[in-house]
Design a protein around this ligand. Structure first.
Ligand code: MTE
Length: 318
């Protein structure tokens, strides 16, 4: 994610630092399709690549996964991150997020709901069968990854809270604690980090709350203990380290929309036909690959989510 003070529209043509620095991983990435393909048949895709040494999770595979894609190596998924609460460089989250304490952790669900409350993270998740969802993540900056997330459908949590007729949107809020998150002492964004979805988007089966990746619990830098993943939207919608989920009547204003409304809209659907004011969105660089590839409408999920936006002017509602 770029902040306006860094006017560099051509940056996305540069080989990402993570890719340059770890050339060995880049070479290894070429072997991953083979490993993932073979292991995937055996149901071992995630286990084969997990390297974090974090607690393993029990999960089932979901048919909603993009199984035809090669996984981005664990090393890249966990060291090339955006998590401004820990700094603005790509390696800041992996360097500094060890100060985040993902347990004990409470999530508040409130607003226009009948059954809200404060829930310990493990109690919130316990009733559900965890699923593995392999999704493409497309960052607004022009890079993308393929990540085997572990999580539960966001819709299950929202429905359980029993939204009232006033509930039209869902607002998500990240922890804002300068003691655990050194980056919030700087005003790189207006803290806490906030994001929002329309209620029907939140109820769509593709939207998940993730608690893990590569078969293990989420590393802190990826948003432990609970983060949103909305695969058809630019990555900044996938808010990390969530402490509050609020059902609201008014459209929430996300942190990036608040900081630069002309650049980051509420919808933020991946759309190769609508350029960012400072760069094209037509192409992307998959981390671990050399050549750029075409960006797909709704990040390749158009068949599943296109109908949510029938009749909406996607140029105006970017
Ligand atoms: N959530 C919080 N709280 N703070 C952030 O800075 N960055 C967003 C999103 N969620 C961000 C966040 C952006 S810009 C992206 S691209 C994704 O997280 C990156 O997720 P990843 O680091 O797990 O790949």
């Amino acid at each position: 994610m770029l902040i306006r003070r860094v006017p560099d529209p051509g940056w996305s043509d540069v080989t990402p630092n993570a890719q340059y620095v770890r050339r060995r991983e880049f070479i290894r990435a070429a072997a991953v399709p083979l490993v993932a393909g073979v292991a995937g048949c055996l149901g071992l895709a995630s286990d084969a690549e997990a390297q974090g040494g974090l607690a393993k999770l029990a999960f089932k595979r979901s048919a909603l996964s993009a199984t035809d894609e090669s996984l981005t190596p664990y090393g890249d998924v966990t060291t090339y991150n955006n998590f401004f609460e820990f700094g603005t460089d790509k390696d800041s989250p992996s360097r500094f997020a060890s100060s985040l304490r993902p347990r004990p952790w409470t999530v508040t669900i409130d607003g226009a709901v009948k059954k809200g409350g404060q829930f310990a993270i493990d109690d919130l998740i316990k009733p559900y069968q965890l699923e593995e969802r392999v999704y493409r993540l497309r960052c607004v900056e022009g890079w993308s990854m393929v990540i085997p997330w572990i999580g539960i459908p966001l819709g299950d949590i929202v429905r359980k809270a029993e939204p009232t007729p006033q509930a039209r949107f869902v607002e998500f809020i990240t922890l804002n604690d300068p003691e655990q998150m050194p980056g919030v002492r700087r005003r790189s964004l207006d803290w806490p980090y906030v994001e929002g979805l329309r209620l029907d988007e939140a109820l769509h089966p593709l939207a998940i709350l993730a608690v893990g990746l590569y078969g293990e619990v989420l590393p802190n830098q990826n948003g432990a203990p609970l983060r949103l993943v909305v695969p058809w939207k630019y990555g900044f919608k996938s808010i990390k380290s969530i402490v509050r989920i609020r059902l609201v009547e008014k459209q929430p204003v996300g942190s990036w929309e608040r900081s630069q409304p002309s650049e980051y809209g509420f919808y933020s659907n991946v759309n190769p036909e609508v350029d960012h004011p400072r760069w094209t969105q037509a192409r992307e660089r998959r981390i671990g690959e050399f050549f750029k590839r075409k960006t797909l409408m709704f990040n390749g999920y158009a068949d599943q989510v296109g109908s949510l936006y029938t009749g909406l002017d996607l140029r105006k509602n970017y």
